[in-house]
Write a protein that binds this ligand. Structure first.
Ligand code: SF4
Length: 141
């Protein structure tokens, strides 16, 4: 498998939690795989329906995280209370992985994130780790 990634890009998460809530211009859709919803349910002792709603048309994602006042249900202040088991969509933000056909992929990013342009330049290792996460999750589907 091969992937392309943005060169000479700087990024550091500023812990602003923008990616965990709606903004004036964007409604956040925090999508969950079934396995992720189950894992969160086990860790929090909540029923899946309490924190997520079932959706159709976004397979392999089968759930959407519920929000309270436009914020992810698991956000406490600016901190994620399920950080260690957060969904892959949250692990990836502000990056996305697009399939270019066959075994070719490309990472892109959103300028919405204020952490873009901050911090150290990202090297191939950073994207390799993300890509491995992606492969691990895909192997469970
Ligand atoms: S929007 Fe960007 S900088 Fe802010 S918490 Fe999310 S990833 Fe970090």
């Amino acid at each position: 498998m091969r992937f392309e990634y943005p060169r000479h890009l700087r990024f550091r998460c500023l812990r602003c939690a923008l990616c965990c809530r709606d903004t004036e211009v964007r409604e956040r859709r925090i999508l969950l795989l079934e396995m992720e919803a189950r894992r969160i349910s086990e860790a929090t002792s909540m029923e899946v329906e309490e924190f997520a709603e079932r959706i159709e048309g976004s397979e392999p994602f089968l759930y959407r995280m519920r929000k309270r006042e436009g914020r992810c249900l698991f956000l406490r202040g600016n901190f994620c209370s399920i950080y260690e088991i957060r969904p892959i969509i949250c692990r990836f933000y502000p990056f996305q992985l697009e399939n270019l056909g066959g075994d070719r992929y490309r990472f892109s990013y959103t300028e919405e994130c204020p952490g873009i342009g901050e911090g150290p330049e990202l090297g191939r290792e950073f994207f390799e780790e993300l890509f491995e996460e992606f492969l691990k999750v895909m192997a469970t589907i």
